[in-house]
Ligand binder design. Structure first.
Ligand SMILES: [Zn+2]
Length: 105
């Protein structure tokens, strides 16, 4: 695995690309990840995937709730909306932590 020192993109293949496929930084910016770092990322993969999926569903839910919310300010929608926002923020914070700890590919 290689990691771009500019944008943080992780390249999963064993071949070293000519440039970063994401930010197009030159090849010298792509650093080889050591085995411990690779394992950290691999071990976090399924959890990362779940968090990203839940986050995208939460976005859909909060969008739907916003539409209802314009007409209906009942306690149930108010509570659902607040919890959706709170969960979204929690997941974002967790994802940021994982990136900082190198548990992200
Ligand atoms: Zn890059």
């Amino acid at each position: 695995m290689y990691k771009c020192s500019r944008c943080g993109y992780v390249h999963w293949m064993s071949d070293l690309p000519e440039e970063c496929p994401f930010c197009h930084a030159e090849q010298e910016n792509l650093l080889t990840l050591d085995e411990a770092s690779c394992r950290k990322i691999e071990n976090s993969l399924s959890e990362n995937e779940i968090l990203v999926n839940v986050l995208s569903r939460l976005n859909e839910i909060s969008y739907e709730l916003e539409n209802i919310f314009e007409e209906d300010h009942s306690l149930i929608f108010d509570t659902l909306f607040k919890n959706t926002v709170e969960m979204t923020q929690m997941i974002k914070a967790e994802l940021e932590k994982k990136v900082k700890e190198g548990r992200w590919g």
